[in-house]
Design a protein around this ligand. Structure first.
Ligand code: MTE
Length: 325
């Protein structure tokens, strides 16, 4: 009998079921010895147990945003870069930091295609210089019940999307993450339909808060946080913010995201942070702030649209947010 245990007492409640079921399969495929050290790492008790020496991250200069300022202390970088979800590298929160050094981030391009007059491919130099880089401190809320405050570096995604002239048929935008068979041990798990795909309605994608993100804490993104370029949509649960994006596709019909395909009863298209609509297996009314509160400290109340209601509530006027979860 295996002595494998889950990272936190309530993990089986908060982790999507196919994910925790496949965790052990994945560990077997990845050939991870179930030694006490490996188990300790999986349990998060040895957070700095990195298999590769991590190269220092290059700085990414930006100007502080005047519009998007948050008067809350940022989560320590150490926590934001060691407690991650990036299932291409494994199911445990510590796996991305441990294994994502294998991600090949150069050369890197984003292809923009679909319902556009001028499809185009952008390399990282083009992306970094397309619009002035801003530092925006955003509140992030994961569907699993934890939150962080992260100073991201990027610019509004709309600046990029405007370059390709979407046609009148473009109603939604799909975001497709990288698949690197040899470099991503988590791909052997079939709990997600790879590549990781997310989607937004066109007006959500064009909203100025939606950030095309190339850095955090003044540096380029660490691999585990979605290098070299990802999305950040702060009023939605964290899984909408696709990492390591290689393609953006304009489409006419509402796309199905990886999570909608995986567990349709639990994950809808909109996924707006909403304390009034529970996940089928747990409440979304409160959250635990990573790095600030201890595991047993009182939880914070989750805010509607993660506190960005003034900016985005109008996008959903007249919609039943219980049906459109
Ligand atoms: N993007 C890809 N490609 N693969 C993933 O597994 N996980 C999502 C999202 N983007 C994920 C992804 C989830 S569930 C969350 S909560 C956030 O990334 C976590 O981002 P962070 O690790 O930078 O905090």
């Amino acid at each position: 009998m295996s002595t494998y245990r889950y990272p936190r007492p309530d993990s089986s409640e908060i982790t999507p079921e196919p994910v925790w079921q496949s965790r052990r399969d994945w560990m077997k495929t990845a050939g991870i010895a179930m030694s006490s050290a490996a188990i300790g790492g999986a349990l998060g008790s040895i957070p700095s147990m990195s298999l590769a020496a991590t190269a220092p991250l290059a700085s990414l200069p930006s100007s502080p945003s005047k519009q998007y300022v948050l008067m809350e202390p940022a989560t320590p970088f150490k926590d934001a870069s060691s407690y991650n979800n990036f299932y291409e590298f494994g199911m445990d929160k510590a796996d991305p930091e441990r294994y994502a050094h294998t991600l090949q981030t150069t050369p890197w391009t984003i292809r923009i295609e679909g319902e556009v007059a001028a499809p185009k491919t952008f390399d990282m130099d083009a992306l970094r210089t397309l619009a002035p880089l801003e530092e925006r401190v955003y509140r992030m809320r994961c569907v699993e019940g934890w939150s962080m405050v992260i100073p991201w570096v990027g610019y509004s995604l709309s600046a990029l999307l405007k370059q390709v002239q979407p046609t009148g048929n473009a109603k939604y935008v799909e975001f497709i993450s990288a698949v690197q068979e040899k470099n991503m041990p988590g791909l052997s798990s079939r709990s997600i339909d790879w590549p990781y795909v997310e989607g937004l309605r066109l007006d959500e994608a064009m909203h100025p808060l939606t950030l095309l993100t190339m850095g955090m804490y003044g540096k380029v993104l660490p691999n585990q946080n979605g290098a070299p370029v990802r999305l950040v949509v702060p009023w939605k649960y964290g899984f909408k913010s696709a990492k390591s994006i290689v393609a953006i596709r304009f489409v006419e019909k509402q796309p199905s995201s990886s999570w909608m395909k995986s567990i349709p009863s639990e994950y809808g298209f909109y996924s707006n942070v909403n304390p009034e609509v529970s996940h089928p297996r747990w409440s979304q009314a409160t959250e635990r702030r990573i790095g600030e509160d201890g595991l047993f400290a009182p939880k914070r109340k989750t805010l509607m649209f993660n506190g960005y209601g003034n900016e985005v509530a109008s996008l959903y006027q007249g919609m039943d947010l219980r049906k459109n979860f």
